[in-house]
Ligand binder design. Sequence first.
Ligand SMILES: Nc1nc2c(ncn2[C@@H]2O[C@H](COP(=O)(O)OP(=O)(O)OP(=O)(O)O)[C@@H](O)[C@H]2O)c(=O)[nH]1
Ligand SMILES: [Mg+2]
Ligand SMILES: [Zn+2]
Length: 583
Amino acid sequence: MDWYFVCLAPKKAVKITTFPFNVGRDPEGMSAVQLFDLGMSRSQFSLVKIMGQVYYVNKTQENPAQIDGVEVAGKAKLAPGIHIVRVGATTIGIGTDYDQLCAAVSEQTVEYYMARVGGRELGPWTAAQLVEACENGVLSRDSKVWYAHDSTTVYEASELVDFGPDPVETSIAEQTTERRFITVDEGAVVELGENFKCPYCRTVSDIGDVLSVSVSPSLLGDTVLGEGEQSRFAPTNFTDNGLALDAEGGVCTEIACPCCHMAIPQDLLQMDQVVMSVVGTAGAGKSVFLASSIWQCRQLLRMKFGVGFRDLAPTWNTWIRAYEEKLFFQQDDTKLQQIEKTDLQASNISRSVNLRGESVLLPTPSYFRLDGGKNGDVERCMVVYDCAGEHFLPGADVHASLVTLHTLSADSILFLFDPSADPRLRPMLDRGNGTASNYAQMQDVLLAELAAKSKKYMGNRGGRKLKQPLLFAVSKADMLRNALPSDVELYKVNDAGRLALDVAALRNVSDETESFLDKTVPEVAATARDISNDIWFLPVSALGHNPMREGVRPCDIKPMWAELPFVFTLAQRGIIPTVNGTL
Ligand SMILES: Nc1nc2c(ncn2[C@@H]2O[C@H](COP(=O)(O)OP(=O)(O)OP(=O)(O)O)[C@@H](O)[C@H]2O)c(=O)[nH]1
Ligand SMILES: [Mg+2]
Ligand SMILES: [Zn+2]
């Protein structure tokens, strides 16, 4: 009897010839299927055969599966016939009758899709709507399509929908006009035909559609960015070495997003992005934490883990540089320094543009180049955003303000929970000599709002769950030093003699922190668990002590695990090694 694995979104059909057969985001072994579903673990489940019987074995505690409508956290016997397995946002058919399996899965698959046609994003569509759009010509074979919850992997429509046999190849090579871009230093040429995601408006575009930024003074004024900016244009004339020429013959080296017209670092087009979003109510410590953690990453990541962490190019990272300078780079480090409260319209971390006749606020991230890593071959761009706490309040709609949209598709979300803003924790705080205080705020509302937005805008059919890991950090943990774990060694040398993240030790820290929160602020911990299957509770302190209301003296700053959320994110992506378990 043969067993089959069928999945329609993404389209995969496998006759299983070798057991165990492994499924996950990054499964092991030769007999395996990889599914890029963030609601799944790297190693989600295995099908094993014991004495002729096939069993489903869930390999992770985090994401239970539903098999034929019943939740399975461990093992289940699969009788011959057909079974529908739902895990993450993916629907899978496993069984012995291939045709019946395909029919059953297509009935069950209600995954949502987005598509891009003529510069516009369409969707979310169900699988049936996607097929319809292909049949009635809205989408063509090579239209770009992606899952609403994961726009980092973009497919051509023909990879997901059956368009019938390939048409006869026509010679299109002669018609295509050659376009290429060269980096400013005339280094690597960026290949066309690939996609990139704009870090400002989050639109996925073909690299070939990227605009150039004019340089000639007479071409000042842009339709989207306003009078003060050079116009953006689709280049048709180039210098011999491939640089675009503007209408006045000026040689242009800068490029811009075809949708929001924001200038984009050229290097970004050649690199995979790792997006980190920091979320928290006003005064939770986001800006201070970013300053401290990025400063720590610059110092520690190469030294400890062999991962280079530096500005992609200093021109792009003005706000984070200014934050870091305040806290860590002062001539007189005994003078009080203050990072200003981030304003809703703050011009350092956001910018207003005119998109399709509507005024919209876009975030301006900082970019970091990561290199080296576990096998020495990593080159990624870490994209980091800061926001004002008020941006996350219910009603701050993502359509008018795209400043928080990155959170929904970020690779990891760092939620900073401020113990000094919860009246129940205040009596327990050890404030030392510091006088800084914060207003009482309902912080779990923000988490619930985040999950609701994720559902609304990302087509998260699974309900309230986020798709990416949630790092629930108790910020300002210096004030809870006696109640939360702090003196734990989280980095350990692995068998290869390299420093690695100790997953078991991290799990202990997380469990201890979680049980403290369960005892003191139970509904906050419960809301966090409610919206995430992959959640870690970490105590962090950007400053290591409680500062004065008027500011902090740089010489007093002793960060505690400030780099940890970054180390975690890089370890989860295989860039930093792990010991005692996997993430
Ligand atoms: N005890 C202690 N206090 C901190 C720490 N980090 C920040 N704070 C305090 O928290 C205040 C607010 O920090 P910010 O980083 O400005 O908060 P934010 O989340 O960026 O706030 P918005 O910009 O309003 O959204 C600081 O001025 C400090 O007084 C820390 O590690 N320990
Ligand atoms: Mg701030
Ligand atoms: Zn854009």
